[in-house]
Every structure is written in C-alpha cells, then in structure tokens.
Design a protein around this ligand. Structure first.
Ligand SMILES: [Ca+2]
Ligand SMILES: [Ca+2]
Length: 207
C-alpha cells in the first residue's frame, strides 16, 4: 500500500515539475485585430503578457479561461498616456476597472466561477483631434503561493501533515475535497489549478 502511495506521489511530483515549468514560461501574446468585442477577443492564458496598440477610437479585448478560486493579478506596464483597462466576467459584467485618472495599474480579482473572462483595454479620449496609436502591455498573473510539493509529498507519506504551513494545508484542502484534511487527491487537484490554462491560488483581494 505504501509503495503504491510512493509511486503515485512520484508521478504527481513529476507532473508538478513539468507543470510549474510550463506555468513559468508565460508567452508574449500580441493582439490580433479586429478585437473590438468579446467575440473577436485575442486568446491568452494565465501567465501570458499581452500587448497591443490603442487610441481613443480603438477597443481591445483579450480572452482568458480561468478556474474558480484563481487569484488573478493584472499588472499593466507604465505608459505615457491615459490607458484604462477592465476585467469583464463571462456574462459581460465589468468586475474591476483600472482607471488611468486614478493611476491604477494593477487589478486583483478572485475568480468567482470557472469560465472565459475578458480584459478590455481602452484609451481615455484626452486628445480629441489627434489619435496616434500607443503601445501597451499587461501581465496576466496570479498571486500563487509557492508550495513545496516535495514536503507535501513527504507529509502524505508519513501520514502527518501537521508540519505543513496552515495556509498550505488550507489551500490544498480547498482545492480538493474540502474535508478539513490534506490527502493525495487534494494535492492532485491543487496541481491542476497550477496548469497555465487554469490558474493558481494566493492572497489577493477583490476590488
Ligand atoms: Ca488595438
Ligand atoms: Ca481593437
């Protein structure tokens, strides 16, 4: 029984290493015009850095598929113009807005349910006559705490998870069967959330 558990944990560790390597890669995703609506949004993934050009006549949408519980962090690179960006739910409701007039460059959102979300980039019309295109970029990150998978695996092998950080124990259990204890299924479920197509866990706040 114990060797079965060891083999299962070894497989999970390998998957974890592969996934964390993938998650760290993050791609540079350039907008593909026309992308002026949700239907024509440029597809991106968690971990990507998106970029494009904007003027007051343009709207840019990016789509990203996210898992419930993902603690999303949208971080915009500084720009010398008034760039706004919004985070939009699958149903079109705006969940958060980074108003350039308020100097907001980061949005932190806890994803309420699995689905395809949107990032909408606009430029405040502060130059009504000339509308040159300006470049911008944003990083789609998550406030993912680093969980030491090997120490979790060791704790599962010994059957004693009391040495693990309480936050780690809670996050693992929440990702899994939520029965108040950490088990191998919880670890599997947690690792699935680290996949670049889904998301991560961490500390953040809703706006
Ligand atoms: Ca554009
Ligand atoms: Ca556009």
């Amino acid at each position: 029984m114990r060797s079965l558990l060891s083999a299962a944990l070894a497989a999970i560790l390998l998957t974890a290493l592969t996934r964390s390597a993938l998650a760290q890669q993050g791609r540079a995703v350039a907008e593909i015009e026309p992308n002026d609506g949700a239907q024509s949004a440029t597809l991106a993934r968690l971990g990507d850095t998106i970029s494009g050009t904007i003027n007051p006549d343009d709207v840019d949408y990016f789509a990203v598929d996210l898992e419930a519980g993902t603690q999303l962090e949208l971080i915009a690179a500084p720009v010398p113009f008034c760039r706004d960006f919004a985070f939009v739910a699958p149903n079109g409701n705006r969940l958060a807005f980074a108003d350039c007039m308020d100097g907001i460059d980061t949005l932190r959102i806890t994803i309420p349910q699995r689905g395809r979300y949107f990032i909408r980039v606009t430029q405040f019309d502060d130059a009504p006559i000339q509308h040159p295109m300006h470049p911008y970029s944003l990083h789609i990150g998550s406030a993912t705490p680093v969980i030491d998978v090997s120490s979790v695996a060791a704790a599962l092998l010994t059957g004693d998870s009391t040495g693990l950080d309480p936050t780690v124990r809670r996050d693992l259990d929440l990702a899994g069967n939520r029965n108040g204890a950490v088990d191998i299924g919880d670890l599997r479920a947690y690792l699935r959330t680290l996949h670049p197509l889904s998301g991560g866990k961490g500390n953040a706040r809703n706006p």
